[in-house]
Design a protein. Structure first.
Length: 449
């Protein structure tokens, strides 16, 4: 087992990893920017290295500085968390070359899944259903229009270097094809310096359902069931839950098997997520694969009573997995509490938290790095807490979430708490009949005084 893990991240996930390391008897090293000197991950780690000024490029994204921290602290593994360098193949490669274990898949694997066309091609070979469309890059406008007519409008143009919605354009007919093609290419070039575009049939009003998998270094891959992440706004997830109210037993089994096949076909090592779109006919299609631990891993932890960070560290250290897949016996839901103003287009609301009380009681979990007196810096992601509730049914889980949200006091900044309170009272949400378009028509109403 590792002796000392450097956590190349900040915020709640840095704290989350430190907690598990402590329980496993592993020493921890925090890195921090000058904006995070008062952060809890700095306080609770065994050692902390200040690596630079607030800007991510000079701190949490700066590979040479992080490697210097690894060097001076003698850490034997690096946990990248999520975001920042978690899916940066160059960082994984530098770790490999330096001889420090990157807790995650190989640089080669990250690269393979980061290129969406390569990922999709890999899934086709593993017999995982994919969305009909071009095989490989679209060569030019003319062949694009021809393919669009073959698969039938509407179609969607996607950047092969993309993910998370950037460089995506929906096209409804031949007439608007050229404009959308030009703007997708332009955006892809500006965002990724790679303007490679591919085309797919556009799946209307899909559910976003993802399967958690874990693979060891011996070719064993198991799945840990699904999470429904359909409640999103501009590609930012706000609520995740498991099990999905949309899945049947049969579909759950099929998607689980598809995800395991996906993982096995690439000898996947570490925790990963296979994202699917599920259409209204309950047909599922591979969308992309995330090669990191995700924000919402906590939902799976609660329904399965498993510590995913512990399992992740164990497989990275060379432990063997058992062969059984896991199916949930409980219901869990996560609300992301962000320092944003939901009544003002979710505009970021950094600043000093003057008062902070997190909900407690049976079935309530709060993962957070925030506290009364903490200042939310403006430089990073706005998530300040994850509120996770679990119960025996979805209905009870929603009741518990309402109770927990009512107990959650954050003063001094605006948060997404009022949004979640309204959502938990929405009939459509309560009925479970929603899809990824749900929030486009969700009316938050007026702020209460
Ligand atoms: C799609 C799609 C419909 N059809 N692909 C959004 C992020 C990126 N990872 C892929 N995305 C989508 N791809 C086809 N062929 C709809 C989306 C999409 C979406 C997917 C999941 C969750 C929320 C979404 C919101 C808008 C669009």
């Amino acid at each position: 087992m590792f002796k000392k893990i450097l956590i190349a991240n900040r915020g709640e996930i840095a704290l989350r990893v430190i907690r598990t390391c402590k329980e496993m008897g592993i020493k921890t090293v925090a890195i921090y920017s000058t904006a995070d000197a008062e952060s809890l991950h700095v306080r609770f780690a065994d050692e902390a290295v200040k690596i630079g000024p607030p800007a991510s490029a000079d701190s949490y994204l700066n590979i040479p500085k992080i490697m210097a921290a690894v060097e001076i602290t003698n850490a034997d593994a690096v946990h990248p968390g999520y975001g920042f360098l978690a899916e940066n193949a160059d960082f994984a490669e530098v770790c490999e070359e330096y001889g420090v274990k990157f807790i995650g898949p190989s640089a080669e694997m990250i690269r393979k899944m980061g290129d969406k066309i390569t990922a999709k091609d890999t899934m086709i070979k593993a017999n995982v259903p994919v969305i009909p469309g071009t095989d490989g890059l679209l060569k030019d406008l003319k062949s694009g229009i021809a393919t669009a007519n073959e698969v039938g409008y509407p179609v969607i143009l996607k950047a092969t270097a993309g993910g998370g919605g950037k460089g995506m354009r929906v096209v409804w007919n031949d007439e608007e094809f050229q404009d959308q093609w030009d703007s997708a290419k332009k955006e892809a070039k500006a965002s990724f310096t790679n303007d490679g575009i591919y085309l797919e049939k556009f799946i209307e009003e899909p559910r976003h359902i993802e399967i958690q998998i874990i693979g060891d270094q011996y070719g064993n891959v198991i799945h840990l069931s699904e999470r429904d992440c359909s409640i999103q706004r501009r590609h930012q997830k706000l609520v995740e839950e498991a099990p999905s109210p949309f899945l049947t037993k049969k579909l759950r089994k099929e998607m689980g098997e598809a995800a395991v096949n996906a993982g096995k076909s690439i000898n996947y090592e570490g925790v990963g997520t296979v994202e699917f779109l599920v259409d209204k006919y309950k047909k599922f299609y591979f969308m992309e694969m995330n090669t990191r631990i995700q924000v919402e891993h906590t939902v799976t932890e609660e329904v399965l009573d498993q510590d995913l960070i512990k399992e992740q560290i164990k497989v990275a250290a060379g432990d063997k997995l058992g062969s059984k897949d896991y199916y949930p016996t409980l219901y869990a839901m996560e609300c992301r509490i962000n320092a944003e103003d939901p009544y003002n287009d979710f505009r970021p609301s950094p600043g000093k938290i003057t008062s902070f009380h997190s909900p407690k009681g049976h079935g309530v979990r709060v993962d957070t790095h925030a506290y009364a007196g903490y200042t939310v810096p403006p430089y990073y992601d706005s998530m300040i807490a994850k509120l996770i509730c679990k119960a025996r049914s979805r209905e009870d889980c929603i009741l518990k979430m309402r109770r927990a949200l009512d107990e959650f006091i954050v003063e001094g900044i605006k948060t997404t708490i009022p949004f979640h309170q309204k959502l938990m009272l929405d009939e459509k949400f309560i009925s479970g009949k929603f899809n990824t378009s749900f929030l486009e028509s969700f009316d938050l109403g007026e702020a209460e005084k």
